[in-house]
Design a binder for this molecule. Structure first.
Ligand code: ATP
Ligand code: MG
Length: 333
């Protein structure tokens, strides 16, 4: 069950606009194993969506560009596949993505039912009949809490939360090996959110899918994920198992800021705590640590030299001078 499905190594992504270059992702490495869930947290603009889009080669054509690194799905380098191979072998079939904005993945001129039907038909390996597929459409809709008779309606007739549920239904119906879910439950109320998370877990149990889950909700991370990454200004500033991240002890100052204090896995702290100050301008990243301006522990060294990653244990890594070799490790509980 612990085969590495997705491996990203030292990924760099830039957006080139007329006037400037946005350095959105700066050396991200991560692995997602089958049957496991990796959570990514970080404040707005950290590069979470950009990282996800690059996995499916969906960066905006003219502006977005991978400038370094590798993305492999199983042992296939995503960027060495042809468009055709990408479309037939990877998208939908092997990897599904639930987008942050549901309208990007729904067709406004097709009924909701026919969009689910098309997705099921495309992946119909068991040669089910039309009637069987139609029944499955009803089932899938009911599963996400939408009455089956609404399948003849168009996306604009649905509320934001309902549209998001349709997108989730389509992504799960295809039983992907890797599900990328970018803030899948933000627009949903708590009850439906719990149902959707349960559906994701069922899918995982049934087909051993790997899940890459982006969320602002630390409660969701604690509940759903095996491993977690904290992202800041296009970098992973801390990574580890869920225990590494949620246990008091050694943490990146940004993680501590986000969490307010590091909550334990059962605590009720759900929301990320706002941290004073702003992320650095991604068109003018500083030479030193990207967090230095907001960091309560920053010293002169932090402003001048970019930190390197330190491994605290087999699973736990931190990108901070305070943990670098030779510097005294400070424990903050
Ligand atoms: N199409 C684009 N053109 C130029 N810059 C972009 C584009 N898309 C994103 N960016 C920039 O890239 C950086 C990373 O954006 P991204 O959408 O990946 O962040 P995010 O972590 O998903 O944020 P959020 O939590 O708000 O969804 C930001 O500085 C953003 O302004
Ligand atoms: Mg995003």
């Amino acid at each position: 069950m612990d085969e590495i499905l997705l491996k990203i190594e030292d990924l760099f992504i830039e957006y080139q606009t007329e006037l400037e270059t946005v350095r959105a992702v700066n050396g991200v490495s991560l692995e997602v194993k089958s049957g496991r869930t990796l959570g990514i947290v970080g404040e707005t603009g950290a590069g979470k969506t950009t990282t996800c889009l690059s996995i499916l080669r969906l960066l905006p054509d003219r502006t977005g560009r991978v400038t370094g690194g590798n993305i492999c799905f199983r042992d296939k380098n995503i960027y060495s596949l042809s468009e055709e191979e990408m479309r037939t072998q990877i998208c939908g079939e092997k990897i599904s993505m639930i987008f942050q904005d549901p309208m990007t993945s729904l067709n406004p001129v097709m009924t909701v039912g026919s969009q689910i039907y098309e997705a099921l038909k495309y992946h119909n390996h068991e040669n089910k009949t039309r009637e069987e597929l139609e029944r499955r459409v009803d089932e899938v809709l009911e599963l996400v809490g939408i009455p089956a008779e609404r399948k003849t309606e168009y996306p604009h007739q649905f509320s934001g939360g309902m549209k998001q549920r349709v997108v989730i239904a389509i992504a799960l119906a295809c039983e992907p090996e890797l599900l990328i879910a970018d803030e899948p439950t933000t627009a949903l109320d708590v009850t439906v959110q719990a149902q959707v998370l349960a559906m994701m877990r069922d899918l995982q149990k049934k087909v051993g899918s790997a899940i890459l889950l982006i969320t602002h909700d630390l409660g969701v991370v604690a509940q759903m994920c095996d491993d977690a990454l904290v992202m800041y200004a296009g970098e992973i500033v801390e990574s580890g198992s869920i225990e590494d991240i949620f246990t008091p002890g050694s943490h990146h100052p940004y993680t501590m800021g986000l969490f307010g204090a590091i909550p334990d896995l059962d605590s009720a702290v759900d929301r990320l705590t706002p941290i004073e100050g702003l992320m650095p301008d991604p068109t003018k990243l500083p030479d030193g640590c990207y967090f230095a301006d907001r960091c309560p522990y920053a010293e002169e060294l932090c402003k001048q030299i970019h930190p390197t990653r330190t491994s605290l244990s087999g699973t736990h890594t931190i990108l901070c001078h305070r943990f670098s070799e030779g510097l005294k490790e400070v424990s903050h509980e």
